[in-house]
Design a protein around this ligand. Structure first.
Ligand code: ZN
Length: 142
C-alpha cells in the first residue's frame, strides 16, 4: 500500500472521528495531555464486567492524536480488558518498530506507521493508549 493511501485513512479519521463526543453514564472518565504538542484528551469509558462496552472521546488535538484516538475507539469498543491489554502491547511494538508484530493485523492503525519515524509525533499517537491505560488501572481499582 502507498503512503498516499495511509494518509487518506488518517485524514478520514481526523475529519470524521469515530466515537467522538461524551457518554451519558461513563463508568470512568480519564484525561490525558501531551504538553509537547498541546493535545488534550478526555476518554469516557463504560464497562460491563470485564468488557469495555462503550467508549467515546472529546478534547482538542492535532490530526495525528485525533485520528489515533478515533482508531483506538473503533478497535477496542466491545473488547475485554485482557484483549485491550494485548492490543496495547501490540501498539507499543508497532509504534516503536514502525510495523505490526508478526501475525497481527493492525487495521487502520497501520496508517500511523510513518509516525513511528517522527519522534515528536510518537507521543501524539500514543496519548490515547496511555490515557486508556490509566482508565483501566482506575477501573480495576474500583
Ligand atoms: Zn499532537
Amino acid at each position: 500500500m502507498s503512503h498516499d493511501l495511509y494518509g487518506e485513512i488518517l485524514l478520514d479519521h481526523y475529519r470524521l472521528p469515530r466515537n467522538h463526543g461524551r457518554l451519558e453514564n461513563p463508568t470512568i472518565t480519564v484525561e490525558g495531555t501531551n504538553p509537547l504538542c498541546g493535545d488534550e484528551l478526555t476518554l469516557d469509558l463504560e464497562f460491563t464486567g470485564d468488557h469495555l462496552t462503550n467508549i467515546s472521546f472529546s478534547g482538542r488535538g492535532c490530526a495525528i492524536s485525533v485520528a489515533a484516538t478515533s482508531m483506538l475507539t473503533e478497535l477496542l469498543k466491545g473488547k475485554t480488558i485482557h484483549e485491550i491489554e494485548e492490543w496495547t502491547g501490540n501498539f507499543r511494538t508497532f509504534i516503536r518498530e514502525g510495523k505490526a508484530p508478526d501475525g497481527v493485523d493492525m487495521g487502520d492503525i497501520q496508517s500511523l506507521a510513518g509516525v513511528a519515524q517522527l519522534p515528536v509525533r510518537v507521543k501524539c499517537a500514543t496519548l490515547p493508549w496511555t490515557t486508556l491505560e490509566q482508565g483501566l488501572v482506575r477501573y480495576k481499582g474500583t
